[in-house]
Design a protein around this ligand. Structure first.
Ligand code: ATP
Ligand code: MG
Length: 214
């Protein structure tokens, strides 16, 4: 395909990317929240948007099924970033990767005593690196959602998860004890597409860079 395909996930990334695309003169013609279509045309006949699961955006761009995409730094770290050019921090979908525990669990003491901790998370690589750097022994338990439940149900001692307002933690009587990394979403570009479709892709990158202040 000679046109440009942009991979976006529904929800906050789609919503927060809209104004950035608008700055590049690109307007999706349907809303993925109400449309069931996974391929959404735009006002530009040579540009389309494909709606993917947030964790799948790097994969679509890596293999060239999409030329451009938007993915959280969390997702990019877990994916590894292979084959991806990451020219811009879009400063959208901002949150923090944190370690959280049930209120009342003496995490510091457990760490001091060299206890082996069970950690539930969707972010196995980030969690592994974090605890290895601290010299804490952990058993990692991979989950795909509702991480907050794990310590409450007795599956894990702590979780590694994204936190923005802290409302979900609070509602489940959990407290954040360690900040691992600040997260925002980045623009990702297929490296081969950038060379082959340079004259179409670069103006889009430049327009977006203009609005994010890069
Ligand atoms: P789903 O919610 O459908 O399971 P997901 O969690 O992968 O999928 P989103 O919730 O849309 O998808 O999150 C997409 C990206 O937005 C994440 O990869 C992360 O970078 C960022 N994000 C996640 N949670 C928050 C949050 N509470 N506040 C701000 N940004 C967030
Ligand atoms: Mg989510």
């Amino acid at each position: 395909m000679d046109g440009i395909t942009i991979a976006l996930s529904k929800g906050r990334i789609f919503e927060e990317t809209l104004p950035l695309l608008a700055a590049a003169g690109i307007e999706p013609l349907e809303n993925p929240e109400t449309s069931r279509k996974l391929i959404i045309p735009t006002n530009r006949p040579d540009v389309r948007v494909v709606i993917v699961r947030a964790t799948d955006a790097p994969t679509y761009v890596q293999y060239g099924a999409a030329d451009i995409g938007v993915a959280g730094k969390d997702v990019l770290i877990e994916h590894g970033g292979e084959g991806l050019y990451q020219p811009l921090d879009l400063k959208i979908a901002k949150c923090r990767m944190m370690v959280a525990i049930p209120a009342g669990f003496d995490y510091e003491r457990a760490v001091r005593q060299g206890a082996r901790l069970k950690i539930a998370t969707k972010y196995i690589n980030i969690a592994r690196d974090h605890f290895a750097a601290k010299g804490v022994h952990v058993d990692l338990i991979k989950l795909y959602g509702s991480m907050e439940l794990a310590p409450l149900a007795g599956l894990a001692d702590a979780i590694v998860d994204l936190v923005s307002t802290g409302g979900t933690l609070k509602a489940n009587n959990l407290v954040a004890v360690e900040h691992i990394i600040d997260i925002s979403s980045r623009l990702i570009v297929n490296q081969a597409a950038l060379k082959l479709k340079r004259e179409r892709i670069v103006p889009i990158l430049d327009a977006i860079a203009g609005v994010v202040g890069a």
